[in-house]
Design a binder for this molecule. Structure first.
Ligand code: NAD
Length: 296
């Protein structure tokens, strides 16, 4: 299949790599606003670089995008619209607003093409090892056509409903994970201040009722204070902002999510905009008494 991949960041790069791998054998053309990123990707993979968004999408049967946010998606889709092939499918793995997803679906439909909002969970490791979870909104027939292609980089792909349903599912995922990560930061900090070996505590807890993806995949970095990897505080603040806007429109109360949004702003102010967002631990540590010493 002829596939265009737009956005070669932490997620788009490995996704494009899986699609171009001999096992999957798609004809891949990549585009990134950074010409260096595209040139380096082409140097490492069997695929070509497009000169522009228009060039990338013009003969693609499938367009895959992985861009930071709504703004970049608007820029790219606006440029692409006049060039998208009839009946092409646009599979967007960015995390954006549900209203943005519905808007892009309407615009693509006017061109006789299809837009699927398909945000992902599983992080950079999931993209690298091809085990992403994908939650998809949009036309069911388009989903059925796109689903086999996603097997190249996803372990679980689920159609959630009409346009926007993929993004709403991703928002639900983020609501459920932010409180868990903050609780993990508090628990680890508590154990450290009590003089316990936090690694032993995690070893015990991963077999108990408090285990979580965050505990299994992030506790070691939180204990070590290593945040130079992964999903940035900036991107998580964007996601939580989307959640709070959507919840406000629905009159749904999300007090814990709103509180962690403030804590993420604190991490940003500490210089952690580019740190993985498990750096909530750093904020927690700096607020606590060192090694259990009493505070004034
Ligand atoms: P990233 O910032 O690493 O990559 C974004 C890429 O888009 C960059 O290479 C950038 O140059 C490119 N880009 C920006 N504007 C562009 C434009 N106008 N035209 C073409 N290319 C453009 O981001 P990421 O971490 O890969 O995340 C991408 C999306 O996936 C985001 O919406 C994010 O919320 C979501 N996501 C990320 C993770 C993660 O762990 N990193 C996990 C789940 C979901």
């Amino acid at each position: 299949m002829k596939v265009a991949v737009i956005g070669l960041g932490r997620m788009g790069w490995p996704i494009a790599g899986h699609l171009a791998a001999p096992a999957h054998g798609h004809e891949v053309k990549v585009f990134d606003i950074s010409a260096d990123a595209a040139a380096t990707w082409v140097g490492d993979h069997a695929g070509g670089a497009a000169a522009s968004v228009a060039d990338a999408v013009s003969d693609a049967e499938l367009v895959v995008s992985s861009l930071p946010a709504d703004t970049e998606m608007h820029t790219v889709v606006d440029e692409a619209l006049a060039h998208v092939a009839e009946n092409a499918i646009w599979l967007d793995h960015s995390t954006i607003s549900a209203s943005g997803a519905r808007h892009f679906a309407d615009e693509l439909a006017k061109r006789g093409a299809h837009f699927l909002d398909a945000p992902v969970s599983g992080g950079v490791d999931g993209a690298r090892n091809g085990s992403l979870t994908v939650m998809v909104g949009g036309d069911e027939a388009a989903f059925a056509r796109a689903e086999p292609t996603m097997a190249a980089y996803a372990g679980r792909v689920t159609h959630m409903g009409a346009s926007g349903a993929g993004q709403i599912t991703k928002m639900t995922n983020q609501i459920c994970v932010v409180g868990v990560a903050q609780a993990l930061a508090e628990g680890l900090d508590f154990a450290i201040n009590a003089g316990l070996d936090p690694e032993r505590v995690v070893h015990v807890m991963t077999q108990g009722s408090s285990t979580s993806w965050e505990m299994e995949n992030r506790a070691a970095q939180m204990i070590a204070g290593e945040y130079d990897f992964g999903f940035s505080t900036t991107l998580m603040r964007k996601d939580v902002g989307l959640v709070l806007d959507e919840a406000s429109a629905m009159n749904v109360s999300l007090p814990v999510t709103a509180m962690v949004a403030q804590f993420l702003a604190d991490v940003h102010a500490l210089g952690g905009a580019d740190w993985d967002w498990c750096s909530l631990m750093e904020r927690q540590r700096r607020l606590s008494a060192p090694n259990g010493a009493a505070q004034d």
